[in-house]
Design a protein around this ligand. Sequence first.
Ligand code: NAD
Ligand code: DAU
Length: 342
Amino acid sequence: MTQHILVTGGFGFIGSNYIRHLLETTDGDTLITNLDHVTYAANPENLADIDTDPRYEFVHGDIADSRAVEKAWSKEVDIVVNFAAESHVDRSIESSEAFIRTNVLGTQVLLETARSRGVKLFLQVSTDEVYGSLPLDTQDVFLEDTPIAPNSPYAASKAGADLLVQSYFETHGFPTSITRCSNNYGPYQYPEKLIPLFVTNALDGHALPLYGQGINIRDWIHVTDHCRAIQAVVEHGTPGEVFNIGSRNERNNLDVARAILAATDADESLITYVTDRPGHDLRYAIDPAKLEQHTDWKPLIDFEEGLTQTVAWYRDNRTWWERVRSGAFREYYDRRYGAIHE
Ligand code: NAD
Ligand code: DAU
């Protein structure tokens, strides 16, 4: 039976990897619509090779604009997977307005359209950042019932969306799932985020700007493992529930920087300590045991292997990131890091 999946934010990092994963793992009965507003973080090149696949279509539109969202319903939609978001914490500190519009209002508009049209599942792609920060020196982890305690405007906007999604399940009996994943890395990631920023800087012999003392810990997962986990929730999740996604791979930022320098044959002297991020969460650690027990999903890519593959991808795809870094990114980079560049 044909199923139609509406993916929002499909030109972004995780959305494009997810669409590619869907096309590789499903047959001709799965149709995909990508609804994307094509913000600075989008890159149509990410999906250029599948552009003519008859199972795939792109609709240009803003999830916060109900008329644009309606355009994505040219045929009945079975499943919505909502990736569309403003996703970078540092930008939310500079200005939070776009984060509230897309992440909160956009989710509400999408929910309302999906509810009025009727879908089998609305999956909200959320983040472990909604749980806030863990102390550095404990074994504490985020569980699905850990209280929501976001610290950045980005995390607060994602938490707002999660609460709204959950309210549609409780109030309207609308079939929702929420996934909360840890930090992703892999191909096609916009180079404002730690790993692609440091890899591309290292490949060009530029400074790696490490916030504070480099002691903050993130829990890294390869984007392919995240995409497989989302699909496991689409296929086997229980409506109304939250599923954590992670691969039990905590690293502090200094160790990540050193691993990148080793993988790029670059010198340790490139590490440059810069002013810390305001409200910088100390540590994230996510427990994915619930998902592992509910489904046959488990993470498959360990960090060393995944980082080596990722560095190789950026090495082999210099044209992709040089084009990204030469546009609006340049202005952002100079504003944020100006003094340390070169
Ligand atoms: P990204 O910034 O790379 O891509 C976001 C995409 O959403 C872009 O294509 C952009 O054009 C689109 N978009 C933005 N505003 C839109 C709007 N109003 N209407 C339609 N499209 C719009 O983001 P990402 O890193 O791929 O993250 C995708 C999702 O996963 C986000 O919801 C994010 O919160 C979540 N997430 C990310 C990570 C991570 O480590 N990157 C981890 C956990 C969860
Ligand atoms: O945990 C999931 C979240 O991971 C997602 O919800 C977000 O969308 C995604 O951006 C990411 O958030 P982080 O803030 O953890 O990611 P970022 O890559 O910005 O930073 C990772 C760590 O590296 C963090 O401790 C800050 C630090 N950092 C980051 C940058 C950009 C630096 O030290 N220097 C930098 O230049």
